[in-house]
Ligand binder design. Structure first.
Ligand code: NAP
Length: 244
């Protein structure tokens, strides 16, 4: 019996797909047994222990259908999910384990905890702005990571992001308590996020900078190995990394 975990990758030809394939080459405990892109058919995923998705949001309904019908644990790394996707993911997670993470790096999970704590300790006179930069090819804005960080800040204030998120049109005076998002796109930036708490006389910042996509690949594989052993349910990177 193989002790290795067999993984199947949606988006195998993409930037993240290549990073994960490279990481899995010669990996001691996980093997990539197949994958697909926009061109190929999904093929046989029956031998996989865990499915990993880093593709496009348009593929999410099909991937959820495949994962639930084959009863396979699923990591969703694709970002830009709509409320409808979130509902579909919640529904699917009643029958299979799903880990959904807009950022699979350990450092961002830690940054989210720090931001939550800062939001608890600093009152609402500190205006919160989440500033992010990503490469020119990124499709969604603000990034899924920024939204997750915004949720962590809102949680620290005992509120929801829906209640606090500032309009992306930032004209007009800033409303107290609102969480704003500033987006930069360009070059080859892997992913920079700064959560700024701006008071009248000081600024507190929690920052994370990705230096290579390998950090997302490492986190996704680690999460897959963890998810294989979990019962049906919806999980986060915080769960997989033992931070929650
Ligand atoms: N969670 C995280 O930590 C994290 C980190 C980085 C990126 N991301 C997200 O992961 C996603 C992929 O990022 P990326 O930079 O790798 O994008 P990318 O380079 O554009 O790659 C997208 C991949 O999806 C494939 N694809 C397109 N349509 C598909 C379909 N219908 N079914 C299956 N595969 C399909 C593409 O195939 P073709 O080559 O045939 O077009 C390609 O392999 C994005 O949503 C990104 O924001 C998440």
């Amino acid at each position: 019996m193989s002790v290795k975990t067999d993984l199947y990758l949606f988006g195998v030809t993409g930037r993240m797909g290549i990073e994960i394939s490279t990481l899995l080459h010669g990996h001691p405990t996980a093997t990539l047994i197949g994958g697909t892109s926009s061109k190929g058919s999904y093929g046989d995923i029956s031998a996989a222990d865990v499915l990993i998705d880093f593709s496009v949001i348009g593929a999410i309904p099909t991937i959820l259908h495949l994962a639930t019908s084959m009863e396979k644990p699923l990591i969703i790394g694709t970002t830009g999910l709509t409320k409808e996707h979130v509902k579909e993911i919640e529904q699917a997670s009643t029958s299979i384990p799903i880990l959904q993470a807009s950022n699979t790096s350990f450092g961002v999970a830690v940054a989210a905890r720090l931001a939550q704590l800062a939001a608890q300790l600093l009152d609402e006179t500190y205006d919160v702005e989440i500033v992010e930069a990503h490469h020119r090819n990124k499709l969604d804005a603000p990034s899924g990571t920024s939204v997750s960080l915004g949720k962590a800040v809102a949680k620290g204030r005992g509120r929801t992001l829906d209640a606090l998120m500032a309009d992306m049109d930032r004209s007009g005076r800033r409303q107290e308590g609102q969480i704003g998002f500033s987006v930069q796109r360009g070059g080859g930036v892997v992913g920079d996020h700064i959560i700024r708490f701006m008071g009248d006389d000081e600024i507190v910042e929690v920052a994370h900078r990705g230096l290579s996509r390998r950090l997302f690949a490492r986190g996704a594989v680690k999460a897959a190995l963890w998810l294989k052993e979990q019962p049906a349910g919806l999980y986060t990177m915080q769960n997989a990394l033992g931070l929650e």
